[in-house]
Design a protein around this ligand. Structure first.
Ligand code: PMP
Length: 350
């Protein structure tokens, strides 16, 4: 099997890093304070194992979404949750399904369980073919919403019709939903076959701590608890994530800032003639063009290298027709966005 290939994490300073959709702002001060408190008495509490089922963190996630903790399973990043779902529900003769393009980790996790992968193509209008998903034959289907790397969000009504039509477990991967206009959390209490996965890595700016969770029917939660590691979220990650979830004000302010910068970035690129997808996450997928170069795989590669030579990192997805001519640009600070746009202006003149 081939491993997942993460975006480049450059060593040394001086990079404008717009390639792995991290939050450009530091996390909630309440999360930092919770870590500090957990480390009192020279860190004596680190001798002890953490809560095995992340109970206080699951309570906090429940408070955040209006569920009780029986509907929440916490993980070491939402990648851990995706892995648990595949371990529990897929395997030989029980394929996983996914949209193509979407998150390239799912096939890696499926390969480790000897599960086949059924890919359902995103339509040219950047929508979901509900019928094709319903009939794809997968035991568990991963719907990345908002989609990464495309950036578009699929409406709650479309996801509701998928939940009705698809006979297996429908996992809505909402890694980027905090930046979108809507989410599908309500569907978890409407349907016995809907799971929503969330992460603290993006909107909450805690990618370095590795925390994610599933919102799911209690029967699914019970299954996931059976297959997870007994202490799958460490002590510091648990307290920081719980405090971050309770700091709604920080989240609202930060998400509003990221959305405003995202919309400014998308508008600026559109004005330059770039083909820009609707952007619902904290990134923008856009196909570069200039007076000398039409949108193409080569143009995207040329622009990528031009930016990289100026220590600006973005990401390319050359393996799909809907992404091969484009760059995916994570939303940075206002200043990073200005640096990026100035470099783009220089590329367009070159
Ligand atoms: N789902 C999607 C669609 C993602 O892009 C990512 C981040 N690469 C994840 C899940 C995983 O996030 P994490 O493991 O950091 O929670």
């Amino acid at each position: 099997m081939s491993p997942y290939v993460p975006g480049e994490q450059p060593q040394g300073g001086g990079w404008v890093k717009l390639n792995t959709n991290e939050n450009p702002y530091p996390p909630s001060l309440r999360a930092l304070e919770a870590v500090r408190v957990a480390l009192v008495n020279d860190g004596a509490a680190l001798r002890l194992y953490p809560s095995p089922d992340s109970a206080p963190l699951r309570e906090a996630a429940g408070r955040f979404h209006g569920f009780d903790a029986a509907h929440v399973v916490a993980g070491n990043g939402s990648d851990d949750i995706l892995n648990l779902l595949i371990r529990a529900y897929a395997g030989p003769g029980r394929p996983i399904g996914m949209l193509n393009p979407s998150y390239s980790l799912y096939p890696v996790l499926a390969a480790a369980q000897h599960a086949e992968v059924v890919k359902v193509e995103v339509t040219d209008a950047l929508g979901v073919d509900v019928d094709a998903v319903a009939k794809c034959g997968a035991a568990v289907f991963f719907l990345t919403n908002p989609n990464a790397p495309l950036g578009v969000a699929f409406g709650t009504e479309v996801v509701r019709s998928l939940a009705k039509a698809f006979p297996g477990l429908l996992v809505v991967d909402e890694a980027y939903a905090a930046f979108a206009d809507a989410d599908c959390v309500a569907l978890v209490s409407e349907f016995p076959n809907v799971v929503v996965t969330r992460t603290l890595s993006k909107a909450h700016a805690l990618a370095g701590l590795r925390v994610g969770y599933a919102l799911c029917p209690p029967l699914v939660a019970e299954v996931l608890h059976r297959v997870r590691d007994s202490y799958n979220v460490d002590r510091l990650a648990q307290v920081a994530a719980a405090a971050a979830l309770d700091d709604r004000e920080w989240l609202d302010v930060t998400v509003a800032q990221v959305r405003a910068t995202r919309d400014r970035l998308a508008a600026a690129l559109r004005k330059l003639g770039w083909q820009v997808n609707p952007a619902a996450g904290n990134f923008v997928l856009a196909a570069p063009v200039s007076t000398k170069r039409a949108a193409s795989v080569e143009t995207a590669a040329h622009c990528f290298e031009f930016l990289r030579a100026r220590k600006i990192l973005v990401r390319r997805f050359p393996n799909h027709r809907l992404t091969e001519k484009s760059l995916r640009i994570s939303v940075g600070t206002e200043q990073e966005t200005d640096v990026f746009l100035q470099a783009v202006a220089a590329w367009m003149e070159g």
